[in-house]
Design a protein around this ligand. Sequence first.
Ligand SMILES: CC[C@H](C(=O)O)C(=O)SCCNC(=O)CCNC(=O)[C@H](O)C(C)(C)COP(=O)(O)OP(=O)(O)OC[C@H]1O[C@@H](n2cnc3c(N)ncnc32)[C@H](O)[C@@H]1OP(=O)(O)O
Ligand SMILES: [Co+2]
Length: 134
Amino acid sequence: MIGRLNHVAIAVPDLEAAAKTYRETLGAKVSEPQAEPDHGVTVVFVELDNTKIELLHPLGENSPISAFLEKNKSGGMHHVCYEVEDILAARDKLVAEGARILGDGEPKNGAHNKPVLFLHPKDFNGTLVELEQV
Ligand SMILES: CC[C@H](C(=O)O)C(=O)SCCNC(=O)CCNC(=O)[C@H](O)C(C)(C)COP(=O)(O)OP(=O)(O)OC[C@H]1O[C@@H](n2cnc3c(N)ncnc32)[C@H](O)[C@@H]1OP(=O)(O)O
Ligand SMILES: [Co+2]
């Protein structure tokens, strides 16, 4: 069911500083900040040869990542995103097997304007998993 690793996300306390570190210290190609109000985050993508790093910062009052940054003041690994061909089929299989889909269970378009879902970290070895339909 899951295919390529689409991205690894890191929640950061200072998006501009993190983007500068990846661009200047690590010499990577880094996108401009992209506000994603429907997801309560602003994101920047670091383009690597074999995948992407998504740098995340809270946007708005009810960001789903605010509590995470409260607990992890320097930031930290937040989620992994796997690609799937059919996100509804993936969801139905996961639900049938007892996995918890976060939110209302309906896919919403993510930063790549493709449908995404999130799976509860407690069901996947303490790791927040995002699925993106490609
Ligand atoms: C623009 C879209 C973009 C894209 O790629 O396209 C994105 O990726 S958007 C990313 C931001 N959106 C989300 O993360 C949506 C899904 N996340 C959530 O709904 C919440 O973050 C949630 C429910 C996973 C955690 O929310 P919160 O931290 O407020 O809840 P709790 O404090 O009650 O945490 C419950 C339990 O889970 C542990 N936890 C929290 N976050 C993570 C994490 N990132 N990885 C692993 N574990 C996590 C937390 O420590 C609690 O565990 P406990 O043992 O009970 O302390
Ligand atoms: Co993501």
